[in-house]
Design a binder for this molecule. Structure first.
Ligand SMILES: C[S@@+](CC[C@H](N)C(=O)[O-])C[C@H]1O[C@@H](n2cnc3c(N)ncnc32)[C@H](O)[C@@H]1O
Length: 201
């Protein structure tokens, strides 16, 4: 009997809008690390769109086998099995990449883990390369919509350490590791797609 694949309706809804942004940035990139690949829907869809790009997905160690259920059914040559990466780890066991991508992770993990995420990006992203982050953000302490405020309450009811993050705080963490914000794209469903380039500090 085949095991049911994990599925996120949100991934189906947002993948085309995210693709529009990725097309501006990834057409000439050779390798990308995805943090918190989740169901693998993004990895399978985007790897097919960028055949020149090795799409290396990863997940929190307890969730990596679930992510690989979907990836292992794909025959895409540029989509290897996902690797285990906990953003909190002092080292990420990954190869050097041209870009790092993560969707809907920073509001799930704790603020400490968000800081560790940027520390990991700082260690693993070469100068000149890109960080792309998708998800909801607050601006100057305000939610962009009532539904994001409700979403924040719901997140905190599940885990008090989760929460929609302040753009300004996240961008400061990014600047501290030498990232310069290139784009803040408003996306459907009250999300943003942030794109930074790494510069020498
Ligand atoms: C809301 S899901 C997003 C998944 C997928 N990127 C998407 O857009 O559907 C949040 C993901 O963060 C992962 N996660 C939680 N804690 C993590 C950690 N410490 N390190 C890496 N990933 C983590 C979860 O396993 C989960 O897959």
């Amino acid at each position: 009997m085949t095991e049911a694949l994990p599925f996120s309706q949100a991934c189906e809804n947002n993948k085309h809008s995210i693709l529009d942004v990725l097309r501006r940035h990834l057409l000439h990139k050779q390798s990308l690390l995805e943090i918190a690949g989740g169901t693998g829907q993004h990895a399978v869809f985007f790897a097919a769109q960028f055949p020149q790009l090795k799409w290396q997905s990863s997940e929190y160690p307890p969730a990596v086998d679930t992510l690989n259920l979907r990836l292992s059914q794909s025959s895409l040559p540029n989509l290897p099995a996902a690797i285990a990466i906990d953003v909190n780890a002092a080292t990420w066991n990954c190869a050097v990449v041209d870009a790092i991508y993560s969707a809907n992770c920073l509001h799930i993990v704790s603020t400490t883990a968000v800081e560790k995420f940027f520390a990991g990006v700082g260690r693993n992203l070469p100068v000149g390369d890109l960080l792309l982050v998708y998800g909801p953000f607050k601006y100057r302490g305000e939610f962009t919509t009532d539904s994001n405020a409700q979403f924040d309450l719901w997140l905190k009811s599940r885990n008090p350490l989760s929460g929609v993050r302040d753009f300004e705080w996240v961008n400061e963490l990014a600047e501290n590791i030498g990232l310069i914000l290139l784009e803040d794209n408003p996306m459907p469903a009250n999300n943003q797609m942030l794109v930074w380039r790494k510069t020498a500090l």
